[in-house]
Unconditional design. Structure first.
Length: 273
């Protein structure tokens, strides 16, 4: 029988142990990326899970769904006044896409998902107050530091950056919002509910916010398309909170948030009887 030379294996093991003992990074093979989907529906009052399907406890960037807590913050801090005040004019330095180059008020901000309006709110807050609110809300990982070395947490942290939240955390946050249990004024709760876009779905009146972004960066060369739709819905005396999340392994030029909303509105009447 042929004798196997074990010396190369022993040598490799010794090098591995030395690297581990000296603290050098040891890279493991990454698991293949998979599509992630979640649909989660809770009774708003009791918290009972009415429907759950998919991976619902994994955190991702909130993207524009962060406009829900940011609305609470803006009204509580006195930066926002009512549904249509303030109305801020667009400025070239905002460098927005063409459709957002217009005068925007709180209702238009939520309806059209205008990023530069969000950034004007956070700039007026300042980093310390902004971080304080997110921490008090216990919102996801509450990390608004932004991208490493870029000092952009105040204007970027919620878009494919440091702040992350799971569908489970989204619906629990929404339950607290509807119950008036978040550490902001009653006005902030009422106004946030007032400006969130409304839709109809088989007898349900639905209010919700979409979120769309691409996940990944130049280092890992991964571009995944993310879409959220989160909010609440009411039919007769019954109120629910929900989160729909879709993350594709491939980059898409079609916004995933509106697609997630369309599919959820279509599915809702069959998910909760």
């Amino acid at each position: 029988m042929r004798q196997i030379d074990r010396r190369p294996f022993v040598f490799a093991l010794v090098l591995y142990l030395l690297a581990w003992m000296l603290g050098f990074p040891i890279r493991a093979q990454s698991a293949p990326l998979k599509d992630v989907e979640c649909t989660l529906i809770l009774d708003a009052a009791s918290g009972e899970t009415l429907y759950r399907d998919g991976v619902c406890d994994q955190r991702f960037s909130p993207a524009s769904t962060f406009k829900v807590p940011l609305s609470l913050i803006g009204y509580d801090a006195g930066i926002l006044s009512d549904e249509h005040t303030p109305a801020w004019d667009y400025k070239p330095e905002f460098k927005a896409v063409k459709r957002d180059q217009k005068t925007v008020d709180p209702t238009i901000w939520e309806r059209d998902s205008v990023l530069w309006f969000s950034r004007e709110i956070t700039r007026r807050l300042g980093s310390e107050r902004f971080a304080g609110y997110v921490s008090k809300f216990d919102y996801g990982n509450a990390d608004v530091s932004g991208n490493a070395g870029k000092d952009d947490g105040l204007t970027r942290s919620w878009v494919n950056s440091s702040l992350k939240i799971s569908p489970v955390e989204q619906v629990n946050f929404l339950r607290r919002l509807l119950a008036g249990q978040l550490p902001v004024s009653d006005k902030a709760h009422v106004m946030t509910e007032a400006i969130l876009p409304s839709f109809q779905a088989g007898g349900w009146t639905v209010q919700g916010k979409t979120g769309t972004t691409r996940l990944g960066n130049g280092a890992d060369k991964v571009n995944r398309s993310l879409g959220w739709f989160v909010g609440w819905a009411q039919r007769d005396d019954r109120k629910i909170v929900f989160a729909r999340l879709v993350v594709d392994t491939k980059r898409s030029d079609t916004p995933k948030g509106p697609k997630a909303r369309t599919m959820f509105l279509k599915d809702l009447p069959n998910l909760v009887r």
